[in-house]
Design a protein around this ligand. Sequence first.
Ligand code: CTP
Ligand code: MG
Length: 378
Amino acid sequence: MKDKVSAIICAAGKGERAGFSKNKLLAPIYGAPAIWHTLKKFDIPEIDEVVVAASEEDFEEISALCAPFKYSVVKGGQTRTESVKRALAAVSGEIVLIHDGARPFVSRGLILSCIDGVKKFSSAVCAVKLTDTAVIAQLGLVTDRLDRSETFRVQTPQGFYTEDIRRAYGLAGDRVYTDDSAAFCEFIAPARLIDGEESNIKLTFKSDFIRELPLPAAVSGLTGFGVDVHAFGKKQNFIKLCGVEIPCDTGLIAHSDGDVALHAVMDAILSAAGLKDIGHYFPDNDPAFKGADSALLLAQVVEIIGKKGLRVKNVSVAVQAEKPRISAYIDNMVARVASLTGADRGNISITAGTSEGLGFVGEGRGICVYAVATLYEA
Ligand code: CTP
Ligand code: MG
């Protein structure tokens, strides 16, 4: 049976170093309290339960923010360590990811690799290599230096088997730590580092709120472009565009079903995700794809990018064809692309035009389709 995965979000601090009149996590970034962005990141199917630690003072406000997500909220303690201990008492998953509420820029991909890391290595602590040289100093004088190649900045999330980290904190008594791997390393085993992300910063000082923050993925997006051409000449009385059959005096020559529009859409999506093109995933010399339904291939492409934590936000398609007339079919094409990509219908646009008699399109020898897709991190 699959292990249940819980997440703890530590939000019970005071945010003193940020110097706002209240907890820094309630200060807005991109129009919503910072903590809301963190909460939203854990609202994914791979996380089964979320427990948030909030201070007495912020309990009501943070509970209200957690309500739509159906997260439970527990009272935190005087130190982060105490807050984590209290939240640990409330989680029911076999695996637990512990995360700072002050790191709203954590990506879905990082959360997923942390869960995978626990399954593979029994612990997974996100960390990034140091780029500056690190030294030890006392009273302003350098007393020692660290080997940069072996020095890391440790972030959250940090994932463990719940019983291990509970045991570690149980044995820790009154000791106070700044992160959870410290207790794990002291009482259980050396914690396993996995690649963190530079963008996963911890909002600590007021300047962290003012400087250019990484855009939330929902705002930023990734864009890709795709184009495809197929020639007329197949003995067939229709063509397929965006999964819709359109009557035509000739079909498009292709190894697959010749849906030139969906091919351009797939390339745009793969390109936005930084992946190779459809020829790589569905080679046109592979008999498995002979006559393949391009709609099924698009569904696979959506699944491939889904594994990278990405979803389709918007698709824009421009068809260049001298024949057949497409306008009557555009609504159906839009609906089909929306259902195949999971994007809202209003975010799919399809335009069509001729080429004024110029070039191979104008001479009626084939169809050319351009597509642009935008993805977001879900
Ligand atoms: N935290 C917590 N309980 C505490 C102290 C901290 O849950 N008693 C949480 C914070 O809300 C934050 C995370 O632990 O999300 C990391 O701590 P830090 O960045 O130090 O936040 P604060 O303690 O709130 O800030 P400061 O130290 O500047 O007061
Ligand atoms: Mg603190």
